[in-house]
Design a protein around this ligand. Structure first.
Ligand SMILES: Cc1cc2nc3c(=O)[nH]c(=O)nc-3n(C[C@H](O)[C@H](O)[C@H](O)COP(=O)(O)OP(=O)(O)OC[C@H]3O[C@@H](n4cnc5c(N)ncnc54)[C@H](O)[C@@H]3O)c2cc1C
Length: 450
């Protein structure tokens, strides 16, 4: 079963019945790369298991002393790393729609970019997506991955049920309606509760979205209008390079009624409507970006910033993000702005988004409506790792929670203090994984170091 450095199984992947849909074409056999997507992490093991069935996942779990699940490798830190074994669920790629329950159940290898057109064709949609569709559902929910929207919870908030393999190799089913705390603790599981094999998500009727970009919104507008600006449409993102006290771009994603052709205003809080399609990073080609200029289109071709089939964002880059209470959003932005001349030379772009509060124990938006301050850095870790403590010191008064999948230097004790249910989470890990099979250095350091 160990697929170390040799060809892998074909990922044929059936879409399962009940309410069956279609079938993926077989993918080329390819070894799982030993670097993350950004290339800033080389994984610490050559042992990658690629089981093709849930029973085979159980066998792998039973055989390994130490094991970490690997999604599509889009995290920027060592959260997915292992010094002994990784398991890729790429071959668990079934998609099963239940029309009457309005849910979809996906194998852990399924990416949002594969799932979205399938459910859309069936008349359904998800509530939100991240900036890119290239990531797996299982990997995204494990780290509380989010999009934007005052009333949109992160992607894990629409998880209705999980199937996972615990450290004994037993199959565990957890459902929102039946399992209460055991479910709320396991969804944002940081890869440590078990190897997730299937995820069931809530769907809603499909919808159209129009996206328009405005340029140059003064930060002065945020002082009294932050909620109105971020609440002006279904999903709103601001981009900045921190220079000139302004957002260089405002991306507005408006949910449209069927047949609606929204008349976009020429100005938005003083920002001017763009006259051409733009990439968030000045000077980058907008070809990789989703359609703009207000042209209506399906939800999954507008909610992400980047198109499937293209390199999202910049490519070689580093990412950092902090979530903090939205009510302190303006003060937090002003605190970071003080470092603008330190930050800008090493930055591709910063993005500001909002995320609705939730009840998932390890979620970065746990019980607080949040503003997220994100940094896409140039691949200059030697410098960036010196800037991060400065940014974190500026944000400390606002109790920032770093994105679990991005780069940060927040000390473990400070991080742990931000999670009121951390003790309960550790009890949950003890129940599913008493011997620490699914723990790695990242988890030991950030959750357990005192
Ligand atoms: C260009 C780019 C843009 C991004 N944009 C956004 C954004 O808009 N919003 C945002 O919030 N984040 C964003 N991210 C971060 C990204 O969403 C997270 O890194 C996410 O976790 C990636 O999912 P993945 O499938 O690549 O998982 P991986 O990075 O491979 O793994 C992440 C974690 O999930 C765990 N995991 C994966 N599969 C399983 C499984 N089957 N069972 C148990 N645990 C599992 C792993 O063990 C690991 O702990 C972006 C990243 C990139 C590179």
């Amino acid at each position: 079963m160990v697929m170390n450095k040799r060809d892998f199984l074909k990922s044929s992947g059936a879409l399962v019945a009940g309410s069956m849909i279609s079938q993926f074409s077989p993918a080329q056999k390819q070894p799982v790369p030993r670097e993350n997507w950004a290339g800033n992490i080389t994984y610490s093991t050559g042992n990658v298991h690629t089981p093709a069935t849930t029973d085979a996942v159980r066998d792998v779990v039973k055989q390994c002393d130490k094991l970490r699940a690997l999604g599509s490798r889009h995290s920027f830190n060592r959260i997915a790393d292992s010094t002994q074994n990784q398991i890729s669920l790429v071959d668990l790629n079934q998609i099963e729609i239940d029309d009457s329950a309005r849910t979809v159940t996906v194998g852990a290898g399924v990416k949002y970019g594969q799932l979205a057109p399938v459910i859309d064709a069936r008349g359904f949609a998800l509530h939100n997506l991240a900036s890119l569709p290239h990531i797996t559902v299982a990997g995204a929910i494990a780290t509380a991955t989010h999009g934007s929207g005052l009333h949109n919870g992160n992607l894990a908030t629409v998880v209705r049920a999980l199937e996972l393999v615990n450290a004994n190799g037993d199959l565990v089913h957890l459902a929102r309606d039946k399992d209460g705390d055991a479910f709320l603790g396991a969804v944002v599981g940081l890869g440590s509760v078990g190897i997730v094999t299937r995820v069931t998500l809530d769907m809603q009727p499909t919808y159209q979205v129009g996206q328009t970009v405005y340029q140059d919104l003064s930060f002065d507008q945020l002082e009294h209008n932050l909620d109105s600006i971020f609440g002006a449409a279904y999903s709103v993102s601001l981009f900045t390079d921190w220079q000139h006290h302004r957002a260089t771009q405002v991306w507005i994603k408006r949910r449209l009624a069927p047949g609606e052709n929204h008349q976009w205003a020429a100005e938005f809080y003083g920002a001017k409507r763009a006259t051409e399609k733009l990439h968030p990073v000045t000077g980058h080609s907008a070809e990789s970006c989703t359609e703009q200029m207000g042209i209506p289109g399906p939800w999954y071709e507008r909610l992400p910033h980047f198109k499937m089939g293209f390199t999202p964002s910049s490519g070689r880059e580093l990412q950092t993000e902090y979530l903090l209470p939205r009510e302190h959003g303006y003060q937090a932005i002003m605190a970071v702005e003080k470092l603008k001349d330190r930050i800008t030379p090493h930055l591709f772009v910063t993005e500001l988004r909002t995320i609705a509060a939730d009840n998932l124990w390890m979620s970065t938006a746990y019980q607080r409506d949040s503003l997220a301050i994100h940094f896409t850095w140039k691949p200059e870790w030697d410098v960036v790792k010196q800037i991060l403590p400065q940014v974190e010191a500026q944000l400390k008064p606002f109790a920032p929670r770093p994105h679990w999948a991005k780069l940060f230097t927040v000390p473990p004790q400070q991080l742990q203090a931000e999670y009121a249910r951390l003790g309960d989470f550790k009890t949950l890990l003890q129940r599913h994984d008493p011997g620490g099979k699914f723990r790695n250095e990242f988890i030991d350091m950030n959750l357990y170091a005192v």
